[in-house]
Design a protein around this ligand. Structure first.
Ligand code: SAH
Length: 431
C-alpha cells in the first residue's frame, strides 16, 4: 500500500520540477541528481522523495485513475454548501466574507468561537470543508509518527511522560531498532513521510540524532520530520544538514503567562524562536497549540489561531488538552469536541492553502466521530502512530490514546476506509 500517487516529471528547472498527476501540475523541490523529464517520482510536502520505475508507476496509476476520480466526485457531493438561509444573519455575513477570500478580524473569529446555535455551527463547518475542497480537492496526506523514547527531562504540567511521573516505565528504542522499524514502515507499509518524536531524552541529543538521521537518509528515501524539543538555531541547522526536512513543534499556547505556568522550566521565547528559525532555515513546519488548557480563554484560543496563521506553516496541528492521570492537571476538564471543530474550521477559513491535521487527541476525545467530523470541518491530513506496539502504551502523554492497542495494519485499513468514505484519496500531491 502506498500513500502517495506517482507523478510524471514534465519539466526540470534547476532544483524545481513540474510534476503531472492526472492532468494536474504541481511543482516540487528536487534533491536528486539526474532527474529528467519522463521520470516517475513520489513527492511529499513539496519535495521529491523517491523515484519509481516506469512500469511500476504505470501499474499503480492504472489502479488509482478510476478510484481517484470516483472519490473526488464523492467528495464534491459531500462538500457542497446550501444557501445557508436558516443561518443567523451575522454568521452568514462573516462566513460569506470568508468564502469571498477576505481575512477575518479578531472579533469575527471570537464570534465564531462563541457560536452556540447548531445550525450556525454546522454552517461554519460546511463552509470550512467547502474551502478545503476548493483549494486541496480530495488530496489528503497520511504521515506516520514513531515515538522513539519516553524519557523526558521536562516537567510540563499537562504531560503524562513528564519527569516527575515516576510510575511510568520508560523505554528508549536503540538506533538499530529504529532503523529496522523504519525499514518495515517504509518498505512494507509504504510510508513516505515520517515524524520521529521523543521526550527530551539526553541520550538522543543533537549529535547522536544527527548521525542517526544521516544513517536513515543513507538507507531510505523518505521525508523526515523531527519532533524533539527546542534545540536552538545551531541544532536545527545540524538536523537540516543531516537530512531532516520538517519540524513538528507546537507552541502549545501563545499566552506567555499560561505557557510559563504549564512549563515550569521551559522558555517560551526559546520555543517560539525555534519555530520561527525552522521556517527561516527552510524546514517544513508543523505547529499549533493545545485547545482547552485550564485557564485558557476563547480570546487566548483566537490569539493562538492568529499566531499560527502568521507563522504560515506547512501543516497546522491543534489538539484538545486531555487530562492525564499522575499529572498536576489530572482533575481538570477536557474541552468538548465542538471547540476543537470550531478551531479546525476557523483555521481553514484563515488558511485555505495550509494542511490541517485531524489529531489523535481529537479522536481520543471522541472515538466515534472525532476524525470524521474534523475532516468535515476543514482538516485534510492524518498522522498514524507507527510506534512499535509494545512501546505505544508507554508513550502515555495522556491516557487511553486511541489506536494504542491496534496493529499498524488495522490502523491503515481503518484510515483508508474512513478517508474513502468521505471521498478523500490518501495521498499527498505536494504543492
Ligand atoms: N518533546 C516533544 C514532544 C512532546 S509530546 C516536544 O517538546 O514537542 C507531543 C505533544 O503532545 C505536545 O506538543 C503536546 O501538545 C501534546 N500533549 C502532551 N500532553 C498532552 C495532554 N495531556 N493532552 C493533549 N496533548 C498533550
Amino acid at each position: 500500500m502506498c500513500y502517495a500517487i506517482p507523478g510524471k516529471v514534465i519539466e526540470v528547472k534547476e532544483r524545481k520540477v513540474v510534476v503531472d498527476y492526472f492532468g494536474e501540475r504541481r511543482t516540487a523541490f528536487n534533491e536528486f541528481e539526474n532527474l529528467k523529464i519522463g521520470d516517475y517520482i513520489y513527492a511529499q510536502g513539496g519535495f521529491v522523495i523517491d523515484r519509481i520505475l516506469e512500469e511500476e508507476a504505470v501499474k499503480i496509476l492504472e489502479f488509482w485513475k478510476e478510484t481517484f476520480f470516483k472519490l473526488r466526485e464523492a467528495d464534491l457531493r459531500i462538500s457542497k454548501i446550501e444557501d445557508g438561509r436558516s443561518v443567523s444573519k451575522k454568521t452568514k455575513i462573516i462566513l460569506d466574507k470568508a468564502l469571498e477570500g477576505f481575512k477575518l478580524k479578531r472579533e469575527e473569529v471570537l464570534y465564531l468561537l462563541n457560536l452556540e446555535d447548531e445550525i450556525d455551527k454546522e454552517y461554519l463547518y460546511k463552509v470550512a470543508n467547502y474551502i478545503r475542497y476548493k483549494f486541496h480537492k480530495n488530496a489528503c496526506c497520511v504521515h506516520g509518527i514513531i515515538e522513539i523514547s519516553n524519557y523526558c527531562s521536562c516537567d510540563c504540567l499537562y504531560c503524562g511522560i513528564r519527569r516527575s511521573n515516576k510510575d511510568l516505565n520508560r523505554y528508549r528504542m536503540t538506533e538499530e531498532e529504529i532503523l529496522r522499524h523504519l525499514d518495515l514502515m517504509i518498505n512494507k507499509y509504504g510510508f513516505k513521510a515520517i515524524v520521529i518524536q521523543s521526550g527530551e531524552d539526553s541520550y538522543y541529543d543533537v549529535e547522536r540524532l544527527s548521525s542517526l538521521i544521516k544513517e536513515i537518509k543513507k538507507k531510505f528515501n523518505l521525508l523526515l520530520f523531527i519532533s524533539i524539543n527546542e534545540v536552538g538555531e545551531e541544532g536545527l541547522r545540524k538536523f537540516y544538514e543531516a537530512g531532516v526536512r520538517g519540524l513538528l513543534l507546537r507552541f502549545e499556547t501563545i499566552n506567555k503567562e499560561l505557557y510559563e505556568r504549564f512549563h515550569p522550566e521551559g522558555s517560551f521565547e526559546e520555543r517560539v524562536n525555534d519555530i520561527k528559525k525552522a521556517k527561516e532555515i527552510g524546514f517544513l513546519l508543523l505547529t499549533g497549540g493545545l485547545i482547552g488548557l485550564p485557564g485558557e480563554s476563547l480570546q487566548d484560543i483566537a490569539e493562538d489561531i492568529f499566531f499560527a496563521t502568521r507563522l504560515n506553516p506547512e501543516m497546522y496541528t491543534f489538539g484538545p488538552f486531555l487530562p492525564a492521570s499522575d499529572t498536576p492537571l489530572s482533575n481538570f476538564e477536557k474541552p468538548d469536541l465542538e471547540i476543537v471543530l470550531k478551531v479546525t474550521a476557523i483555521l481553514r477559513l484563515l488558511n485555505p492553502e495550509g494542511k490541517i491535521v485531524s489529531t489523535t487527541a481529537v479522536e481520543t476525545l471522541s472515538p466515534q466521530e472525532g476524525r470524521t467530523r474534523a475532516f468535515l470541518a476543514g482538516a485534510n491530513s492524518l498522522m498514524l502512530n507507527l510506534t512499535p506496539e509494545h512501546y505505544k502504551t508507554l508513550y502515555r502523554i495522556y491516557p487511553n490514546r486511541i489506536h494504542e492497542n491496534e496493529s499498524i495494519e488495522y490502523q491503515i485499513e481503518k484510515a483508508i476506509k474512513d478517508l474513502q468514505d468521505l471521498g478523500r484519496a490518501p495521498t499527498d500531491l505536494g504543492v
